[in-house]
Design a binder for this molecule. Sequence first.
Ligand SMILES: *Cc1c(COP(=O)(O)O)cnc(C)c1O
Length: 357
Amino acid sequence: MRPARALIDLQALRHNYRLAREVTGAKALAVIKADAYGHGAVRCAQALEAEADGFAVACIEEALALREAGIRAPILLLEGFFEADELALIEQHDLWCVVHALWQVEAIERASLRKPLNVWLKLDSGMHRVGLFPEDYQAAYRRLLATGQVAKIVLMSHFARADELDCPRSTEQLAVFEQARQGLAAEISLRNSPAVLGWPQVPSDWVRPGIMLYGATPFEQDQAVAARLQPVMTLESKVISVRELPVGEPVGYGARFVTERPTRVGVVAMGYADGYPRHAPTGTPVLVDGQPSRLIGRVSMDMLCVDLSDLPGAGLGSRVELWGKQVLASDVAIRAGSIPYQLFCNLRRVPLLYCEG
Ligand SMILES: *Cc1c(COP(=O)(O)O)cnc(C)c1O
């Protein structure tokens, strides 16, 4: 059997969830959209359900898969409904619903629901992607209440630059939010992972941690709270071929690497078809039998090469960690010009194996 696989440490997932609650003192929706950032939404939800205040996903399809798997906890649809006819399913499956546009307010006005809806009313405080403009916010709030079809409204917004710790933009967005919600007595939710970890001054009743649950830092620089995260996924495989090359020999497609000394090359069963980033350059860290080494040459579809020259004990069958507890996915992502979010979401073909610690 091909040795490529991803181990998912559910104990670490719970540790990271607890950290989000501990540092904020808030209730936390575990964001498990996009199949829990590639970690398997159902298994992650099951691992967290006993303690989680709720979950958040991108769309009703993702929410229904969780309900079908027996998850009974609250689930928030982060973009609400895409078409008004989803309201019936939202009601039937007891889902919480973001409202980010006036057409959604109108759809709720027109609907006839038997159970009142739990709405998270989203303000565009400056990210300019979705959300109501500040001048429409209070009117939308009053219109929703006036329908008599809304049980509770949480006021929410989303930061565009919370991962930049010295950037004033988050403070500006907070000021826009505070202004827009003046006089409304409702719970609030602003903080994604970078804001949970790095913006303690931002108030919150509810936080929405995503990437931090999976143990990856959203920051490019070191950060004290992020240092307490435990990586959840270990992407690993094995060396399936070894060759000794003299100086001056090219390795892999495009001869992007040429040996500068006699080199022992290890070929690893892992490639971009598994989600390992093709743009990871020579020098990207890997771990071989627990020892640091580096990627060499171009990543191909099913294989990549590593340098075994300084690891005489390593060879055929050696275990290779592409990212995990020692090689951080965030470091690999930076080398590859990507982010850990995308590395995790791109994972495919490799089996996910769950473990506790
Ligand atoms: C995805 C998402 C989050 C989680 O973001 P992270 O940076 O992964 O913590 C929070 N809120 C909203 C609205 C999102 O879409």
